[in-house]
Design a protein. Structure first.
Length: 217
């Protein structure tokens, strides 16, 4: 079954490079990024895992945990980590799920439901390039899926998280290419009367439905 924004993120228990976790319990009161990979010792994923390790302090600042997944066993992940550190300058400093039976991959609709564990072709695993942003309420806030040949932009995932956290707290939306600290848009559902209370400094109305205001603190 496809997962959509605002659906409850499926809970699961899995072996990881940092021990056994129960997903919802592991998230706790934090935000979480779950991002998946089709196979260990693959070039694009090697670059992604290393970059995410270097970016982890930024996610930590935002009370967001990182959880990777690859459908090979945890023992292979440990060996792969040495290659990642050697080539990317940083080894994964967050847990990486071993999912050789495809349990989590299928639970999150990352892979064709008829795919089986064990030896598999590239066609079987090509869809396992997904990102899920999950809130402290354990609901899915955003999803992204990439083809195997295209490395993901994790700076964009961080920007996405900033927007989601901001808009969860204030009645605003973020415009195209928005970055932390830039102006935002007052939600159309907020009346001018309510907006005056929420944004006493005022706003710039480009159209009645397009009211631009400095990012609230």
């Amino acid at each position: 079954m496809s997962l959509r924004i605002n659906d409850l993120a499926p809970d699961f228990t899995a072996q990881t490079t940092q021990g056994t976790i129960r997903f919802h319990e592991w998230i706790g009161d934090s935000w979480a990024i779950l991002f998946s990979h089709p196979k260990d010792f693959t070039p694009v994923c090697t670059t992604e895992l290393g970059y995410m390790a270097r970016l982890k302090p930024e996610f930590d600042k935002r009370n967001c945990k990182i959880l990777g997944l690859s459908i090979d066993p945890v023992g292979d992940h440990d060996r792969w980590a040495k290659d990642i550190e050697e080539t990317q300058g940083a080894a994964p400093n967050y847990p990486l799920i071993g999912d050789p039976d495809l349990h989590v991959a299928k639970l999150y609709d990352m892979i064709h439901p008829n795919a089986s564990g064990g030896p598999r072709t590239a066609a079987d695993i090509q869809t396992i390039r997904s990102v899920f942003v999950i809130g402290p309420d354990k609901n899915i806030k955003a999803t992204l899926t990439y083809p195997m040949s295209t490395g993901r932009n994790f700076d964009e995932v961080l920007r996405l998280l900033d927007s989601i956290q901001l808009t969860a707290k204030h009645k605003v939306a973020t415009p195209v290419n928005w970055k932390q600290g830039e102006d935002v848009i007052i939600l159309a559902s907020v009346s001018d009367a309510e907006a005056k209370e929420r944004f006493p400094g005022g706003w710039k109305a480009q159209k009645p439905y397009l009211r631009v205001v400095p990012q609230p603190k």
